[in-house]
Design a protein around this ligand. Structure first.
Ligand code: TUI
Length: 313
């Protein structure tokens, strides 16, 4: 499947793995890249030495292009912005902010920069700053989210910019890819389905929660802190949501309760204090599979659907 994204990034399939904080490490990223997509290592708030080691490990596992996601709210964002240049990382995605201050340095280094945008306004600004593409991410996504849905955001961003648009949020099978292409996207970013990849290193409890989740099992917490986050419904996330809605947990207390909660979910499978970030599409994820099988299955289905349409037209 050739699109402007496969051409831009030199890959077989126009699919990026989500840059999921604490989840997206070198084993998963290399597996996705080896399978013909673009694997991502998430910077999150991890120490720079760890990230350097992760980037070098991914290079040892695959010759194919992979990227790094820079979470702009991280205190380490500026150091990571330099590390990706020093380590010749070919692709960067950014999240949770405006990467404007780093764009010229990344462009000078020849890095393809693909920011996540939750709005048309930021997409236009990123295009002017030299982004190679943008990821239009709908509120169906897991983790830190904007307000607009994938169905509404993607075609509006497609109409507003000339650079290729990657759709994200609520895409977990070939139907989601085909629908994204119908909206004008040239590629997709997928997070939640890769939580159930065999190569994904999260705690078995986390993986099982994703596989068992049904349509109504995700919940958004933390709107009142300014950092809304989509998680799986657990005792902990329901306690936070109840406290937020009833006014019994202040925004400051909320922030304190959630410090370290991503790590507790990913490494410990801790249902009492962990935040199991996950997209609203988890109900569609039914089994644990190798990343390569996930990608092949998704694109076989998408190609059939898109082929039908072409044949009919
Ligand atoms: O970044 C994500 N998802 C994430 S980051 C994360 S870790 C975290 N920890 C504590 C608090 C918040 C996050 C977990 N999940 N997705 C990409 C994304 N970017 N979603 C929304 C945005 C975004 C929001 C505002 C991008 C740009 C933006 O710009 C605002 C501005 O400055 O114009």
């Amino acid at each position: 499947m050739k699109t402007r994204i496969t051409e831009l990034l030199g890959v077989k399939y126009p699919i990026l793995q989500g840059g999921m904080a604490w989840v997206a490490e070198s084993t998963l990223a290399a597996a996705v890249s080896e399978a013909g997509g673009v694997g991502l290592i998430a910077g999150g708030s991890a120490p720079i030495d760890y990230l350097r080691e992760q980037i070098r490990r991914a290079k040892s596992l695959t010759d194919k292009p992979f990227g790094v996601n820079i979470m702009l709210m991280s205190p380490n964002a500026a150091d990571l912005a330099q590390l990706v240049i020093d380590e010749n990382v070919p692709v960067i995605t950014t999240g949770a902010g405006n990467p404007g201050q780093y764009m010229s340095a990344w462009n000078d280094a020849g890095i393809k920069v693909i920011p996540v945008v939750p709005s048309v306004a930021l997409a236009k600004r990123m295009e002017r700053s030299g982004a190679a593409a943008v990821i239009a991410e709908g509120t169906e996504s897991g983790g830190h989210i904007g307000e607009n849905t994938t169905m509404c955001l993607v075609p509006q961003v497609v109409d507003a910019v000339e650079i290729p648009v990657i759709a994200a949020g609520g895409i977990a099978d070939g139907r989601g890819i085909a629908a994204s292409f119908m909206l004008g996207a040239q590629g997709v970013q997928v997070g939640t389905r890769f939580l159930a990849a065999e190569e994904c290193q999260i705690h078995p409890t986390y993986k099982q929660l994703v596989v068992d989740a049904k349509d109504t099992d995700s919940i958004v917490t933390g709107r009142y802190t300014g950092h809304p986050c989509r998680n799986l419904k657990t005792k902990f996330s329901k306690k936070l949501a109840n406290g937020e809605n009833a006014g019994t947990i202040t925004p400051e207390e909320f922030e304190e309760l959630t410090v370290g909660s991503l790590r507790k979910a990913v490494q410990d499978g801790n249902l009492e204090e962990g935040s199991f970030l996950c997209g609203a599409i988890a109900g569609l994820v039914k089994k644990v599979q190798p990343a390569e099988e996930i990608i092949k299955e998704m694109f076989d289905e998408a190609e059939k659907l898109l082929g039908c349409r072409n044949n009919a037209g």
